[in-house]
Design a protein around this ligand. Structure first.
Ligand SMILES: NC(=O)c1ccc[n+]([C@@H]2O[C@H](COP(=O)([O-])OP(=O)(O)OC[C@H]3O[C@@H](n4cnc5c(N)ncnc54)[C@H](OP(=O)(O)O)[C@@H]3O)[C@@H](O)[C@H]2O)c1
Length: 284
């Protein structure tokens, strides 16, 4: 069985390929990338590398040819993703791929998270395509907070515009392991998994964990979205980016990441990585 992974040069994709390598034969794995140079180590390990950008349908047709299963890792080019994902789904359908797995967002079809609409549109297109599918609705990666954790560890203050929101994050490697389990396993067609850590933490707890790991005080300072923009701009962040981050945090404040489910633990056969373990790794 040949399995393909798009975005295989990215952080999640690379981890998925590594998990596949741990459990299967390199010659059965196809890494689909934009830049062959980024995955020289995977080629060295015997993985087949195919080059395609999501906007190039012809290249995608060649990239997915002969695959039994394909993991479509959502594109990082926000605002362009629906067309890009449609191209991959169309190419997979035309090539006779038997099962397409897509990485989405929590409760994508009903969520108010600012990232949800492109995932919703992709999920709907995938379901309408008639391709056998599995949807992996990944909650946040704890690693998303790496920079915030380092800054908070230095300043003793974790600043965010999420109010009392909770986040049921897990580590990127946990989600990668779940994707590999679906790619190599059976019985996942037609399933929508809500993948998350096994408990939701709030930002006060995150600050407490940072304090515990560093041995220095750290507190959570809740600010409004405009205040967050001001803090970020003062720290040298571009204003448009700061506004985007504040809008995202405002949508997290509405609770879009708060639900912890057992799906991830069930797929990987162990509890997801605890918050403290990832914070320790980030600060290590
Ligand atoms: N759940 C979460 O917390 C969370 C957080 C951030 C992002 N995400 C989503 O999850 C995806 C994977 O996360 P990640 O951490 O692995 O992100 P990442 O490291 O930025 O990887 C994104 C991958 O998409 C590829 N890509 C982007 N535009 C492309 C295009 N036009 N054609 C072909 N490939 C393209 C990139 O190729 P290159 O390697 O050549 O750059 C990269 O491999 C992201 O793309 C995003 O949709 C989820």
């Amino acid at each position: 069985m040949k399995v393909g992974v798009t975005g295989a040069g990215g952080q999640l994709g690379r981890l998925v390929v590594q998990k596949l390598l741990e459990r299967g034969r390199p010659e059965d794995i196809v890494a689909i990338v934009r830049d062959r140079m980024k995955v020289a180590d995977l080629a060295e390990a015997g993985v087949e590398i195919r080059v395609a950008v999501y906007d190039d349908r012809q290249a995608l047709d060649a990239a997915v040819a002969g695959l039994d299963k394909l993991l479509l890792i959502s594109s990082s080019e926000v605002g362009h993703r629906v067309l890009q994902h449609k191209n991959v789904i169309d190419a997979a359908k035309a090539a006779g791929v038997k099962h397409l797995i897509y990485t989405s967002a929590p409760k994508a079809t009903t969520s108010t998270l600012v990232v949800a609409p492109e995932h919703k549109a992709t999920e709907e297109y995938l379901l309408a395509s008639g391709l056998p599918y599995t949807i992996l609705r990944n909650n946040w990666y704890t690693e998303n907070y790496a920079q915030a954790i380092r800054t908070a560890a230095t300043k003793g203050e974790l600043v965010a515009a999420v109010g009392a929101a909770r986040v049921a994050s897990a580590s990127r490697a946990d989600y990668a392991e779940a994707a590999a389990a679906v790619l190599l396993g059976e019985g996942h067609e037609g399933r929508i998994y809500e993948l998350s850590g096994d408990r939701a933490w709030d930002y006060r707890e995150l600050a407490d964990v940072i304090a515990e790991v560093t041995g220095r005080p750290c507190t959570y300072k809740a600010v409004t979205p405009p205040e967050l923009v001001a803090v970020m701009v003062a720290a040298g962040v571009d204003e448009a980016m700061a506004k985007g981050a504040a809008a995202l945090e405002a949508s997290i404040a509405e609770g879009g990441l708060a639900e912890a489910t057992p799906d991830l633990a069930a797929l990987i056969g162990r509890p997801p990585t605890p918050l403290k373990e990832t914070v320790t790794k980030v600060l290590g």
